[in-house]
Every structure is written in structure tokens, then in C-alpha cells.
Design a protein. Structure first.
Length: 630
């Protein structure tokens, strides 16, 4: 049984004591950069291990409080499960306290603690007043009922009690999904002499082991995990909820940057389009109009993009809507991931929301009911509904990709499929799955198009698969997989590169059947010197269009073989030619055109045409002026 891990984070205004609080709790100073030491402020994300009184380990993320470093704060905030909102007891709630709080709300951080720091610097009456003001200020937020503790990192006052409280709340946090496909947003990249490229990040989902092959997205770079460290300790395995440093082989430091994602190969897709539910903060300083340029934050990524508000022309403060976001650079995410939106200029946090579809296959047209209905079903529907919608949008998708699209573990997805396949909702095909109703619609369309073709071409009973593919706009592998499924085999017949409807018969007239018999007799009697099409037309008195249609039918049935354009040989005599050539080749070896002509009793013209056809179908091959059986 695996241990659950969670991430504890700090948030709050600059110089309210976040880093000092982390040091008091963990004994570790998270300000590691020289500039941070000199300026006395946290510039980048800091990390520290934290062992609770019960022995359980947490990862601590200390984020910068200065408004100029919000982008750095956001790179670490996405992995936080439990938050400490840090407020200076001498100052109370400040501008960055509010912005950090908005970000935490948008990210749906599960639980939080309000920590009043520097309690040793204020009188008790002042502290009581600040506590009351903070309660009032947070009354309409997710921290309205959160526990509050006053502490001093300098004297140690309240630190032990805070530790115990963190342990209590940590036990109530829902752990991240260990069995989901691996995903680690990269928030730092550096090189270590003698080791090479190292990336760090919070394991959002899944697990990984030393030696495992991973994929760095969005570039799709393959890499191997050489070593793993968790809180400075080398380990064989890291899992969801842990902070990990990964030493990657196969990629250079210059190839990587913050915002990339280390993932299980072949599962997640990089995308520039996202379907989301976007909420505009109630205190947003402006409305959000359609096509507004924004700054988009997800995982550890910061990307510019534009919003396409699908329901209306603009969002008012406090409103939410279904939105498609077109990004200027690709990101990697999963359904239900939380994101933050900031205005392009000035850079202010204005909203956030939830990913509905992490990789929509097309740009949506606005104010279309079917688009809105589809997105609402995706947003509100259960796993089965999501599976069916995804399979309708991306038929043939495999297990891994489908699991990532519907945000299920492969085990959970398998359980759903085991219920959906027997009743026909989902149809397994080679390499993936399709929705049952989608496959029936496709089969109906194929049959409808084939019957329309047969209505125009009376003597046809097959249609080239290439023609079907062109009409449907479908990939060959998907069509072959569909036709190879149980429903496909029951409905259609595959004749090499042609497709027929099972049970379909050409509607011959009595005259057609007489002509068929006469045509076949003429070619059989002709043996290795078959009649020309014109000779057949003269002898049968058939109309040219009818004759050509019947010749096509006999060719499709395999009765006649078109050895050259307009030159047909009865199949019995092609097989006889093969038999004679095998026998003679075993006796004499390589043979010439003249040899074959004499063996079968034909003219040189027909001998050449038949032998070239046999070369074409790889029965034989020409070597100078002789031939050999392959």
C-alpha cells in the first residue's frame, strides 16, 4: 500500500514572514538565491521538507509575495493541497494577501490555515482586533471558517500548536491520484556538474521510478530518469503529492524551461486550444470582452492567449461562462485542472476556472446550441458520458489517451468499459475504441453511399475502399479496424482493396444472365488466345455499356482476369498457366517468352501480356531475356 503525500504552501503579502515561518516549522531557509538574501525578500519558489509529529512527511512550497513575482508564485501554487495564508499581525490584510487569496480560490486549494505572524511585536488588544478584522475580511472566501493561529517565528510562540494543526488538516486532505498517468509540471531547470540536467516539480499525478522512460512536453522529447531525489534524499520512486528532482538523461539543459511537463509517453497532448469554464472575479476592475488578450497560467506554465466567450459578448465581474481559449504557445493539462487568468496589461489577477476539454479537436463557432450542450455534458456528465463524447470526437483513440482525456485512471476506465462494451455503447476495435452509436452512423453512411453507387453502376457489387475513405474523410487504419469489428464483419465484405455489402446481389435481368453465360463461354473457349472486347460484343450482340458492365462484374468476381487494359483471360487458364510454368521450371529452370508460347499454344502477343501480368503479381520475375518463378 502506497503512502499518501501532500504539499503545504504559503501565501501572503511581501514581508509578512512567510519564509521565516517555514524556517521555524522545518528548520530550512527557503531563500537560496544570493539576491534573495541581499534584498530580504523571496523572489522565486522555495522548497523544504516538513516532518509532522506523527512522522508523516510533507513538502513545503514557499512562494514570493511581491506583486512583481506573481508569475513565480503561480508556478508553485498549482501543486498546493493545504495552504497557510500568512498575515502580519501588525499590518493585517494587504493587497497581495487579497490577490494570493483569489489565486488560491481559483485553484480550489482544499484546506487552509490563517497564520498571523510576528505576534510578539504587537499588544494583545491589537492582536484581538486584527483577528476580528481578518475574520471579517475573509468572511466570503473559502477560508471563512478556517482555523486561525497567531505565532512568532522569532520567539517560537504558537509554532508547536501550528505544527499539530497542520498534521490534523493534512490527514483530511484528499490525496492525489497515484494510479493516474504520470504528470510533473516543471518549475525549475538546472544542471549539476557530473550529473547533467535536473528538473524539479510537484508530481501532479501518477508515479515514476529510476530508469523509467518519460516524455518532456510540449516538445515531445524522450528522456530517461537517471536518478530521483525527494527533499534532498535519493529514492527509487516518486509519486503524486511529492516534490521531486529528476535527473534526466537524453535532454540538455538548453532544451528545457519552466512550464514544460514530464509525462508518461504517448498519453498527454500538447494543445493550443482549451475548452474551459471561466469565472471572472467579483472585484475584477473591468469586464472581460470576447477576444480579449490574456495571460493564462496552468501548472507551471505562463502563456499568452485570447478568450472566445461562446455564450455572450462579455463577462461581467462575478460571472462565469463557457469559453474556448486560443493560446500562443502549447500547454499540457487534463480535465478538471484549475487555471488562473490575469489581464495582459496591467498584470492583474482577474479570474480562473476549470478545464473541460484539454485538447478540443476544433475551434468552436460562438452561440451554437450544439457546442454549448456538448460542453455542458462534458462538464456535468459522469465518466460514461465523457467517454462517449470523447469517442465520438476522436474515434479509435487508445486506452492511455482516452484515460487522459476523461481524467480517469486506466483501471477506472477499464471498469467503465467493461460495463459499456457488452451493451454496445462502446465498440473495441484494433488499437482502440469507438462509440457504438458513432460506428452505426458510419456503417449507415457507408452503406448508403455504396447503394447510391450501385444505383448508378448497375453491375457493380463492390466499391473501392479509397473511394469510401475519400467520401468519409476517414483514416485507412480506422476504417480497416471498423470493418474488422464484429459489427463490421456482419455487415460488409472486404474484397482486397474493395468493399461490398454482405448479402447484396446485383439485380440481373434474364437477358443479363444469358449474356454472362455467353461471355464466360467465349473466354473459356478462347483459352490462351482470348477474344477482344469488340469480338465479344459482335458475337453476343450486347450493348457496349452493358458489355463493359458485365465484364467488370466478371472481373470483380474473379472469373476473368484483366492481364492488360481491355485484355481478359479466364481465371481457369491463368491458374493452368501457373501450373504449367511451375512444372516446366522445375524441369528446365528459367524460361523464355517463346518457351511459354509453345507450352500453352498461344501467340507471342498473348504470351508477353500473360507473363508480364505474372511478373506484376510477383509470381515470377524477369532476368534478362528469361524468367524465373519467385
Amino acid at each position: 500500500m502506497t503512502e499518501d503525500f501532500i504539499i503545504l504552501g504559503t501565501a501572503g503579502h511581501i514581508d509578512h514572514g512567510k519564509t521565516s515561518l517555514v524556517k521555524a516549522l522545518t528548520g530550512i531557509d527557503t531563500d537560496i538565491h544570493k539576491e534573495e538574501k541581499e534584498r530580504g525578500i523571496t523572489i522565486d519558489i522555495g522548497f523544504a521538507p516538513f516532518t509532522l509529529p506523527d512522522g508523516k512527511s510533507l513538502g513545503v512550497i514557499d512562494v514570493p509575495g511581491h506583486e512583481r513575482f506573481i508569475r513565480n508564485m503561480l508556478a508553485g501554487a498549482g501543486g498546493i493541497d493545504l495552504i497557510m495564508l500568512v498575515i502580519d499581525a501588525g499590518e493585517g490584510i494587504m493587497p497581495q494577501t487579497v490577490e494570493h487569496l483569489h489565486i488560491l480560490e481559483m485553484l480550489h486549494v482544499q484546506k487552509g490555515i490563517i497564520v498571523l505572524t510576528k505576534a510578539d511585536t504587537v499588544e494583545r488588544d491589537w492582536l484581538d482586533m486584527v483577528q476580528e478584522e481578518v475574520r471579517e475580511g475573509l468572511a466570503d472566501t473559502f477560508l471563512a471558517g478556517a482555523p486561525m493561529r497567531a505565532v512568532s517565528a522569532y520567539t517560537g510562540e504558537g509554532i508547536a500548536e501550528l505544527r499539530d494543526l497542520i498534521g490534523q488538516l493534512a490527514s483530511e486532505v484528499k490525496p492525489r491520484e497515484v494510479t493516474a498517468p504520470l504528470r510533473v509540471p516543471v518549475d525549475r531547470v538546472f544542471s549539476v556538474p557530473g550529473f547533467g540536467t535536473v528538473v524539479t516539480g510537484t508530481v501532479f499525478a501518477g508515479s515514476l521510478e529510476t530508469g523509467e522512460v518519460v516524455e518532456v512536453l510540449p516538445q515531445g522529447l524522450p528522456a530517461r530518469v537517471r536518478t530521483i531525489q525527494v527533499h534532498g534524499q535519493t529514492v527509487e520512486r516518486a509519486q503524486a503529492g511529492q516534490r521531486a528532482a529528476l535527473n534526466l538523461a537524453g535532454v540538455e539543459r538548453s532544451d528545457l524551461e519552466r512550464g514544460m511537463v514530464v509525462a508518461k509517453p504517448g498519453v498527454y497532448r500538447a494543445t493550443r486550444l482549451l475548452d474551459v469554464r471561466l469565472h471572472l472575479l467579483a472585484d475584477s476592475p473591468r469586464n472581460l470582452a470576447h477576444s480579449t488578450r490574456i495571460r493564462f497560467y496552468i501548472g507551471a506554465s505562463e502563456v499568452l492567449g485570447r478568450v472566445s466567450i461562446l455564450e455572450r459578448d462579455e463577462l461581467l465581474p462575478g460571472e462565469d461562462a463557457l469559453v474556448q481559449i486560443a493560446l500562443e504557445s502549447p500547454v499540457v493539462c487534463a480535465p478538471q485542472d484549475r487555471f488562473i487568468v490575469r489581464s495582459y496589461s496591467p498584470m492583474l489577477t482577474i479570474g480562473g476556472g476549470t478545464v473541460i476539454d484539454p485538447a478540443p479537436i476544433r475551434e468552436h463557432r460562438r452561440r451554437r446550441e450544439y457546442v454549448l450542450e456538448d460542453l455542458l455534458l462534458r462538464e456535468q456528465g459522469g465518466p460514461e458520458q465523457l467517454i462517449l463524447q470523447t469517442l465520438n470526437d476522436e474515434p479509435g483513440i487508445g486506452m492511455r489517451e482516452l484515460a487522459a482525456k476523461v481524467n480517469l485512471t486506466e483501471d477506472a476506465l477499464q471498469k467503465c468499459l467493461e460495463q459499456m462494451i457488452p451493451n454496445g455503447d462502446v465498440v473495441p476495435i484494433a488499437g482502440g475504441y469507438v462509440a457504438g452509436d458513432w460506428s452505426m452512423r458510419v456503417f449507415d453512411e457507408i452503406e448508403e453511399r455504396m447503394r447510391a453507387h450501385f444505383a448508378k453502376e448497375k453491375y457493380h457489387f463492390t466499391v473501392p475502399k479509397a473511394q469510401v475513405l475519400s467520401q468519409l474523410g476517414m483514416k485507412p487504419k480506422l476504417l480497416d479496424a471498423l470493418l474488422g469489428s464484429g459489427a463490421g464483419l456482419a455487415r460488409f465484405e472486404v474484397h482486397r482493396d474493395k468493399l461490398g455489402i454482405r448479402g447484396y446481389e446485383v439485380p440481373f435481368t434474364i437477358r443479363d444472365r444469358e449474356l454472362l453465360q455467353n461471355i464466360e463461354t467465349l473466354y473459356r473457349d478462347g483459352r490462351f488466345q482470348p477474344p477482344s472486347v469488340e469480338d465479344v460484343r459482335t458475337q453476343t450482340k450486347a450493348l457496349e455499356k452493358t458489355l463493359l458492365g458485365l465484364l467488370h462484374y466478371l472481373k470483380e468476381r474473379g472469373t476473368l482476369i484483366e492481364v492488360s487494359a481491355g485484355v481478359y483471360l479466364h481465371s481457369e487458364f491463368l491458374e493452368l498457366a501457373k501450373s504449367i510454368l511451375r512444372e516446366k521450371f522445375n524441369e528446365t529452370g528459367a524460361y523464355s517468352v517463346a518457351d511459354f508460347r509453345d507450352w500453352v499454344g498461344t501467340s507471342r502477343k498473348f504470351a508477353v501480356l500473360i507473363l508480364e501480368y505474372l511478373d506484376e503479381i510477383k509470381f515470377s520475375k524477369r532476368v534478362e531475356d528469361k524468367r524465373m518463378i519467385v
